[in-house]
Design a protein around this ligand. Sequence first.
Ligand SMILES: NC(=O)c1ccc[n+]([C@@H]2O[C@H](COP(=O)([O-])OP(=O)(O)OC[C@H]3O[C@@H](n4cnc5c(N)ncnc54)[C@H](OP(=O)(O)O)[C@@H]3O)[C@@H](O)[C@H]2O)c1
Length: 245
Amino acid sequence: MTSENGRPVAVVTGASRGLGSVVANFLAGSGYDIVATARASSPLHEAARPWERLGATVVPVSAAVEDSAGRAAVQSAVHTLGRLDVVVHNASELGPSGRPKLLALSPDQLETVLRVNVVAPVLLTKALLPPLKAAPAALVVNITSDAAVGAYPGWGAYGASKAALDLVTRTLAQELADDHVSVVAVDPGDMRTAMHQAAYLGEDISDRPLPDVTVPFWAWLFGQSPARVNGLRFQAQGERWEANP
Ligand SMILES: NC(=O)c1ccc[n+]([C@@H]2O[C@H](COP(=O)([O-])OP(=O)(O)OC[C@H]3O[C@@H](n4cnc5c(N)ncnc54)[C@H](OP(=O)(O)O)[C@@H]3O)[C@@H](O)[C@H]2O)c1
């Protein structure tokens, strides 16, 4: 697979708003072309306009991350752009709004959270493995949460899914190391977004920072050699971050 124009390429899922749009905007400004996904088409196309003004070629894919047709559409978009350097698995399912207790969730609700937050990133990584392996040094970023370690009441299904994603991160980091594909987990910290508002339904979340607060972290992470961060878990709102020596 050869590059069309020499620019690196990133896939960002859930890129139409919140953290995903901040990461895509940062990557576009750093010279990446972008394959951006979200289910709703019109906000995704709207979000992509400033990235295009930054010089990026953007291929919007309106699809759910858990759908096989969506995976195929992302594969095809990557093929069109000719290479793949970064994948950010950002799209996520909170589950029912308002932080219901774990045992109040229906089988469907439990399965959807796990399908979107764990199974989908694994299957999309698998689908994108050939172009990732073809890159000189690729990086897969799994967006996790403090709920993965906190055992907070009301966050059980989402927290369990992010804990599983953390383990997936560490496992794939070892399994793909020989292919020069590195994998990290990033906890972005609390942010004022639609998902956060859905968790705190009807509550004032104006004290939480906007997702732009994570930009210094992305500047640091994407400036690292992927192999030096392989298998690590970062807190994007931390004061400093360290790679492996
Ligand atoms: N906000 C926080 O405080 C916080 C804290 C810790 C971790 N996180 C993590 O940060 C990431 C981003 O969250 P956010 O707060 O920025 O959320 P958000 O503002 O609600 O944005 C979610 C994005 O994902 C898309 N999306 C949702 N479900 C999808 C699906 N099944 N398939 C494809 N796209 C989907 C949404 O667009 P459509 O609805 O059109 O699909 C949207 O673009 C998530 O992984 C979340 O778990 C957030």
